[in-house]
Design a protein around this ligand. Structure first.
Ligand SMILES: [Zn+2]
Ligand SMILES: [Zn+2]
Length: 644
């Protein structure tokens, strides 16, 4: 018999070789029907895989992230089965789950897959899903696996095998499709009830432009039709709100081939948004006791060797430039520069917490296939700051960082958010995690307590912390329910030591400070990309590049329009006159297209009465008001950064 410990702490006994599915069935048949996989001793396993030893067990369903990933990865296998039936010569590379769905990269030889093929494949997938074929696992010695794929002439799977050792190799079969895979998978295909293949793309093998281009098919599946319908509706809305489309229409940013891929040029309208965001950050950080700094965009190799970014992070950095026999790197993060600033002059406990902030420009080498609008770029402006503090100060500092997040969420109308707290794994101390068992537990506990006290929804993930401390990923949802990873906060026990940073403590001894890395507004690139979707381009007045458009009915009222413009400009409001020789109806339509929050229509009546006729974006005609009243309300709306 083996002992199985469930998440509530209860222990049950089962025959050795029982599966998670057996455990589920012993609890209830209804639950068993929903089980997709299981977490056994912290590792995600097939629900049908025999358990031989005492273990902890958590059943995974569609409601768990790991359940969804398993479902989507299994769907990738199902799609491969369909592809194999339509394109028998196809060779398969990898088919991982992604944030929403899955993809599979494959080599179709000279065949080109079309959009129509996707419909055929969907149909096949539905057919195979209904067969409710089990996903069966078979362990295989390496030699046998190599022979299998050599006979098949599959250079891709042979390549995957080179990195695997005997004892690590497993095959999974469902229906007529067999794949080399470490798993896990769902019990059988019948759980996949709704299928949508989204798109076909090219993807270089291993993400390397020098390699052959493979065909990548993206898809998503659900356990019921209703969720697929909702998803498709959201997708349609997301298309309308696509940040690349809106960014172009509204003159926010552009990309130019001569500048380079992933290097956005911020246009005047985008720059206004950037400056408003920085103003908000500066105000907030100044109130929070941060000091601002400015640091160079490059640094010598030696600094990144000290920080440990080299050689480990070299793949994500631009290659070095050499000058006078010294290598310089474009900075991929601001931390080392800030540490150097902390290190100027002896610090005592009285100087702590020491908070350094900078909207730092960083450069990261992202594979060209990974670049995506503003979401994945090679040059980014980060709302960065580093807080150097004592262990005793850590709780309060972390709490203040959280409060800053909540303040921002409120301003931007972010209603749904979750913090993912990634913890260390005690068994891997000294290898994957810096060997500071007490500090880990202490800070993790503080972070957890602060999150609970602040009422911030959070999930804990064991074994995903950074090497040098717990990590908090902040996920937010846009107004149409799409999820974005906004920023990552980190607690850092290691960098202080690597940079030999110290302060004199109360007992007059040198001590290494704790460092908090935080970036609540993420990067301008990703955050403005998010805001474009979130607001559908209809920015609240305080952020809108053009806040007021004055529309004279004819040239006769231009002088009056200019008087209004002057008053608005004096009040620091971004305004323009539409003096084109167009009908007022067209002026209104065009201004609406540009999503300007306010339009002031002026004609004979308004001029004679010293009034303006106000039209509000999304609300229509608000009637005529004295200019002074409008100005007073507008100024307070902007000052308070109100959304309406
Ligand atoms: Zn698999
Ligand atoms: Zn940092």
């Amino acid at each position: 018999m083996i002992k199985i410990t469930l998440p509530d702490g209860s222990v049950r006994e089962y025959a050795a070789g029982s599966t998670a599915m057996d455990v589920a069935k012993s609890i209830s048949e209804g639950l068993a029907k929903k089980v997709l996989a299981a977490k056994i001793n912290g590792e995600v396993w097939d629900a049908t895989r025999p358990i031989e030893n005492d273990s902890t067990l958590k059943l995974l369903t569609w409601d768990d992230d790991d359940g969804k990933s398993t479902f989507w990865h299994s769907s990738a296998h199902l799609m491969a089965e369909a592809v194999q039936s339509v394109f028998p010569h196809a060779k398969f590379w990898v088919g991982p789950p992604i944030d929403k769905g899955f993809y599979y990269d494959m080599d179709l030889g000279d065949t080109k897959m079309s959009e129509e093929d996707l419909l055929v494949l969907e149909k096949k997938m539905n057919e195979f899903a209904k067969q409710n074929n089990p996903y069966t696992r078979k362990a295989m010695p390496k030699a046998e696996a190599v022979k299998y794929f050599t006979d098949k002439g599959d250079e891709y799977k042979l390549d995957l095998l080179t990195n695997l050792n005997d004892g690590e190799i497993s095959f999974y079969t469902q229906g007529s499709f067999t794949d080399l895979c470490r798993g896990p998978h769902i019990p059988s295909t019948g759980a996949i009830k709704a299928i949508k293949l989204n798109s076909i793309a090219g993807a270089y093998w291993k993400g390397d432009e020098k390699n052959k281009q493979l065909t990548r098919v993206y898809g998503v599946t659900f356990p019921n039709q209703k969720e697929l319908d909702e998803y498709l509706l959201m997708l349609e809305e997301a298309k309308k709100r696509d940040h690349r489309k809106l960014g172009k229409e509204l003159g926010i940013f552009t990309m130019d081939d001569d500048v380079g891929q992933g290097l956005p040029l911020w246009l005047p309208n985008g720059t206004i948004i950037i400056e408003e965001l920085e103003k908000l950050a500066k105000e907030t950080e100044s109130a929070g006791g941060y000091k601002r700094v400015v640091t160079p965009h490059i640094a010598k190799e030696s600094m990144y060797l000290t920080s440990g970014h080299l050689p480990y992070y070299a793949d994500s950095m631009f290659p070095p430039m050499e000058m006078d026999g010294t290598k310089y790197y474009l900075k991929a993060m601001n931390c080392p520069h800030h540490h150097k600033i902390f290190d100027t002059g002896q610090k005592s406990y009285k100087d702590l917490p020491y908070r350094l902030a900078e909207y730092g420009t960083c450069y990261r080498y992202e594979q060209s296939g990974e670049l995506f609008g503003l979401m994945r770029v090679r040059c980014l402006h980060m709302n960065d700051a580093h807080i150097y503090c004592t262990k005793e100060q850590f709780g309060d500092e972390f709490r203040a960082v959280n409060e800053m997040y909540l303040k921002y969420f409120k301003i931007f109308g972010v209603e749904k958010y979750v913090m993912r707290l990634s913890l260390h794994d005690p068994e891997k101390l000294g290898q994957k995690y810096i060997n500071e068992p007490e500090l880990w537990l202490e800070t993790e506990d503080l972070v957890r307590r602060v999150l609970i006290e602040s009422g911030i929804p959070f999930v804990e993930v064991k074994g995903e912390g950074a090497f040098y401390g717990p990590k908090i990923d902040v996920q937010i949802w846009s107004a149409i329910g799409r999820e974005f990873t906004l920023a990552t906060n980190q607690v850092d026990f290691a960098q202080g030591r690597r940079f030999k940073l110290s302060y004199t403590n109360l007992n007059n001894e040198p001590e290494v400070p704790l460092i908090i890395h935080r970036a609540p507004l993420g990067t301008h690139e990703r955050f403005i990309g998010f805001l474009l979707e979130h607001y559908a381009g209809k920015f609240p007045t305080w952020l809108a590049p053009l806040q007021v458009s004055i529309l004279p009915i004819s040239d006769k009222y231009l002088d009056y329009a200019n008087t209004i413009l002057k008053s608005l400009k004096n009040a620091d409001i971004r305004a323009e006159i539409d003096d084109r020789n167009e009908k007022i109806g067209k002026k209104i339509r065009d201004t609406e297209m540009m999503k300007v929050p306010y339009m002031l229509v002026v004609g004979e009546k308004e001029m004679n009465e010293g009034k303006v006729s106000i039209r509000r974006q999304g609300k229509g005609d608000l009637g005529a008001r004295p200019l002074g009243d409008f100005l007073a309300e507008l100024t307070s709306e902007i000052k308070d950064r109100r959304s309406e």
